[in-house]
Design a protein around this ligand. Structure first.
Ligand SMILES: Cc1ncc(COP(=O)(O)O)c(C=O)c1O
Length: 423
């Protein structure tokens, strides 16, 4: 039996209907933007393995930092102890985060980063005896799959089975072109009720919804409305963080600053699972008390894992190199050139680009579902052609590692053009 066959015997994969799923290639090696399966087939990882891998697979600099850490201090509990890497990483983040972010809370993945932000917003009010128990989020948002994060997520089929067991979350339209006023108006109405602890959002790009983009000034307006009405704002930068939008954080495009931020995915360069929730001083101070019960009673066994912190430090250093900054610009220029060429294609409905993110919507007669026929046809076509892209319904998007070569990127574009012929 090969790996693919053995995998089928034992493993249950994410977001997978195993009754109808095809065999999954077994990847045994990665280098740069490339992956190879057990049969020697090569793939270009054009979505950086779910947006985690900016500096290429098996990056030697990050690997070296991890090895050194593993052979110095692989792990130590963070309850009652601290360690050099957690301190240095926090210090480093203070240099690059919006200036109002003052405290770092470590966890394991994007969903837990979101859980911690939501719990903090709720408990901050509870500690002060204020009854604010609801959250505001965008329609079609995605914030993860644990219960709080799932409640905040608006993609219905992800959460349908759990309706009734979820925290109360009310949604506002995303302020895309033409929807701005409606979005502001609904938010104004909600915050006026004084029932909401926080507004959580994916800043500038809703990733899982299909790279839906909206303008910074509209987010500034939404944050301003929240600030005037004592509603905390949570920027979920799990997808957008660490260069994806062209700046270090999507929030760097804003005039306003959020009260909390959620970071994960590219944080460790796609190596060790780790996440961070960051806080303003005001929120942290809301947990200061002589009463121990007012503390944030949240933690995970691997909180602030030193090896993860070492990987994150090495990653951030790479992000700040001239070479990577240049690559972000080069990829953006290539995307814009491809966009100019492809947007007049008769099958293309619309295109959008921000930073290293490119998205293209295909014209359809019927509404295409998230994992529908068109999506599956496209996905299989890309895999056959050695390109890893995961379309969302009729939306094809690229989010490559920042070290992808021009040749590889051009091959991705050409394969997308060919794919338009089969739909
Ligand atoms: C914006 C955003 N938040 C949270 C998450 C959840 O992260 P994780 O899958 O690491 O739990 C994701 C995952 O795609 C995401 O895109």
């Amino acid at each position: 039996m090969n790996l693919t066959e053995k995998d089928k015997l034992y493993n249950w994969h994410p977001y997978t209907q195993h009754q109808t799923a095809q065999d999954f290639p077994a990847i045994i090696k990665g280098k740069g933007a490339l992956l190879w399966d057990e049969n020697g087939k090569e793939y270009i990882d054009a979505i950086a393995s779910w947006w985690v891998n900016p500096f290429g697979h098996s990056n030697p600099i990050i690997a070296d930092a991890i090895y050194k850490q593993l052979t110095t201090l692989e792990h130590v509990l963070f309850g009652g102890f601290t360690h050099d890497k957690a301190v240095h990483l926090a210090e480093k983040l203070m240099e690059i985060l919006p200036s109002n972010q003052k405290k770092i809370f470590y966890s394991d993945n994007g969903s837990t980063a979101v859980e911690i932000a939501i719990k903090s917003a709720l408990q901050y009010n509870y500690n002060k005896g204020i009854k604010k128990t609801k959250i505001i989020a965008f329609e079609d948002a995605f914030h993860g799959d644990t219960f709080g994060a799932m409640a905040a997520s608006g993609i219905s089929f992800f959460t349908e089975a759990f309706k009734g067991s979820l925290l109360e979350v009310v949604r506002i339209p995303v302020p895309t072109s033409g929807n701005e006023e409606k979005s502001f108006q609904v938010l104004e109405e909600l915050v006026a009720t004084n029932e909401y602890a926080a507004f959580i959002f994916e800043p500038l790009v809703l990733g899982a919804a299909g790279m839906i983009m909206y303008e910074p000034e509209n987010l500034d307006k939404l944050i301003t409305i929240c600030k005037k009405n004592d509603v905390f704002t949570i920027a979920d930068e799990v997808m957008t963080g660490f260069g994806k939008t062209g700046k270090t954080f999507a929030c760097d495009y804003l005039q306003q600053q959020p009260d909390m931020m959620c970071l994960s995915k590219a944080l460790t360069g796609g190596t060790i699972p780790m996440a961070i929730t960051t806080f303003s001083q005001e929120i942290f101070d809301g947990f200061m008390s002589d009463d121990v019960n007012k503390a944030l009673f949240h933690g995970h066994t691997f909180t602030a894992n030193p090896t993860g912190c070492a990987a994150a430090l090495a990653s951030i250093e790479l992000l700040q190199t001239k070479e990577i900054r240049q690559n972000l610009q080069t990829i953006n220029n290539s995307h814009l050139a491809f966009e100019a060429q492809i947007k007049t294609h008769p099958k293309v409905k619309t295109t959008r680009v921000l930073g290293v993110i490119f998205a293209l919507e295909i014209k359809t007669r019927n509404e295409e579902t998230y994992y529908g026929t068109m999506r599956n046809k496209l996905y299989n076509f890309f895999i056959e052609n050695g390109i890893i892209l995961r379309p969302v319904g009729n939306i094809i998007y690229i989010l490559p590692p920042y070290i992808i070569t021009q040749n590889q990127l051009q091959k991705v574009y050409q394969t997308i053009e060919k794919a338009l012929e089969i739909v």
